[in-house]
Design a protein around this ligand. Structure first.
Ligand code: CA
Length: 481
């Protein structure tokens, strides 16, 4: 080949590669823990103020029918990072608290056979970080650094105290119990496997670390994927005095503290946006904000107008506040009302990053990007499931277009709601739609047959009940009464 021509071709190739790299967005996922559907300004909160989140939501698109795949923490997070219903690999219970002496279950975690979205993006050249709550395994093979995250700052368990004065360093833990086992909520934070001495209120510490991560990422010249997993406003309800002072007019002390905790997240998001701007990365960053499940009723949260809360297969359990923000790409000032699932993020992020799905990887969601931009339903006619095991029975939710199939309580009956007319699931219309109910129950049953036995339980009692009551009881669950 002519030397000049090959130089030109190489130049063009380099240009194309650079162009592709330049177009790959940073992806910032901001996850709240147990945040209620109505507990942010952009979704109607009047007593909780979230100005920074509201600005992002207003300059982006708000999703009104965004679902996570489980109504509580661990399984919901596993679904997000693996792109699969955790029921398909035995992850439908929370991993137990590492300090409760359930060694056999604390050895478990999200199976290493599942390639996580973090690994996919890391392999595609992204700088990857997890800040905050993990809750997907304590053993070294499950550690975030072993699961596709270059950078980890946070805690491995399912929850945490907010004030560092309460954290108990390892030498004290060992002298107390002799084994180092203690409630994981007081285990100090760690950076990439090493315990550190944190001095700030937890939410502030995570926001600080997010700004640090964004700044460091800008220096690497790589696009970044940051999974910022705040544990707020999950219990314990603990807020800073200065944040509480802003909500003195709220009478209910739990709601007041909860509001202050959400406000602290918002303050932090404001700080992170500032860093994104100062590093010149905001314009090429997709920000996804959502909650891992519905708000915990009785602990300050509000899921109005949705029915139920955390733990339920009613809408309030797993339909969550969510927005996308990406200047000039994500439409501003819009609402997207078609149902989407947190299981869709895996394939969607993979496509946006120009990465590839590992061969043989099973996924339950789909790349929603084109449908999202076109304001079309990505799941027309498809089912989005929620299945929660209880002691001897199951709660079920299934969404198909505007329809919601629901089974609640012990000895419950299948009910059908038209969410377009009845978002609060108050008027059961199953009597008028017998064939639809039959079809939806049958589809949900077929899906349930792909679920496997739980690999762990959140408590000894749950494990015993599972055996004692002969779970999972799918025959009884899906028998039309
Ligand atoms: Ca949660």
């Amino acid at each position: 080949m002519n030397k000049n021509l090959s130089t030109i071709l190489l130049g063009l190739l380099a240009y194309a590669v650079n162009l592709a790299a330049a177009e790959r967005p940073n992806i910032l996922v901001i996850l709240c823990d147990d945040l209620g559907y109505a507990d942010v300004g952009f979704n109607g909160a009047k007593d909780i103020t979230t100005p920074h989140l509201d600005t992002l939501a207003k300059n982006g698109t708000i999703f009104t029918s965004a679902y996570v795949c489980h109504p509580f923490c661990g399984p919901s997070r596993m679904g997000f990072v693996s792109g699969r219903y955790p029921h398909n690999y035995g992850g439908q219970y929370n991993l137990p608290n590492g300090g409760k002496g359930m060694a056999q279950y604390n050895k478990e975690g999200i199976p290493v056979s599942e390639t996580l979205i973090s690994t996919v993006l890391q392999d595609a050249g992204y700088h990857t970080g997890l800040l905050g709550k993990w809750h997907m395994g304590l053993e070294p093979q499950f550690h975030p650094n072993a699961r596709g995250f270059d950078d980890f700052y946070g805690f491995l368990g399912g929850g945490h105290m907010y004030f560092p004065e309460k954290y108990v360093p390892i030498y004290e833990r060992q002298s107390k119990s002799g084994k180092g086992e203690i409630n994981e909520y007081v285990v100090p934070l760690q950076r990439n496997g090493t315990e550190v001495k944190e001095t700030e209120y937890l939410t502030d510490a995570l926001s600080r670390e997010a700004s640090r991560f964004v700044t460091e990422s800008a220096a690497t010249k790589k696009p970044f994927f940051l999974y910022l997993a705040y544990n707020a406003p999950h219990t314990p309800l603990e807020a800073k005095a200065e944040d509480l002072a802003k909500f003195a007019s709220i009478q209910d002390p739990k709601r007041r503290t909860y509001a202050a905790m959400v406000y602290a997240v918002d303050r932090g998001v404001g700080q992170i946006v500032k860093t994104l701007k100062s590093t010149g990365t905001l314009d090429n960053t997709l920000i996804v904000f959502f909650s891992d499940n519905g708000g915990q009723l009785g602990d300050g949260a509000n899921n109005a107008p949705l029915k139920g809360g955390k733990g339920d297969c009613f809408e309030g359990g797993y339909r969550v506040p969510m927005f996308f923000h990406w200047p000039k790409v994500v439409p501003a000032g819009q609402k997207f009302e078609h149902p989407v699932s947190s299981l869709d993020f895996y394939p969607t992020f993979t496509q946006l990053a120009g990465a590839s799905i590992p061969s043989g990887k099973q996924l339950d969601g789909k790349d929603i990007w084109a449908d999202f931009l076109a304001q079309r339903s990505p799941h027309q006619g498809q089912m989005i499931y929620a299945l929660r095991h209880r002691d001897g029975f199951n709660n079920v939710g299934a969404r198909q277009d505007q329809w919601k199939l629901s089974l609640s309580g012990r000895n419950g009956q299948w009910a059908l709601f038209d969410l377009n007319a009845d978002i609060a699931e108050e008027h059961d219309v199953s009597g008028q739609h017998a064939q639809r109910v039959k079809d939806m129950v049958s589809k949900t049953e077929q899906w349930s047959r792909t679920c496997v036995e739980p690999k762990w339980f959140d408590s000894q009692q749950a494990a015993e009940k599972w055996k004692e009551t002969g779970m999972p009881h799918y025959d009884e669950t899906f028998r039309l009464k």
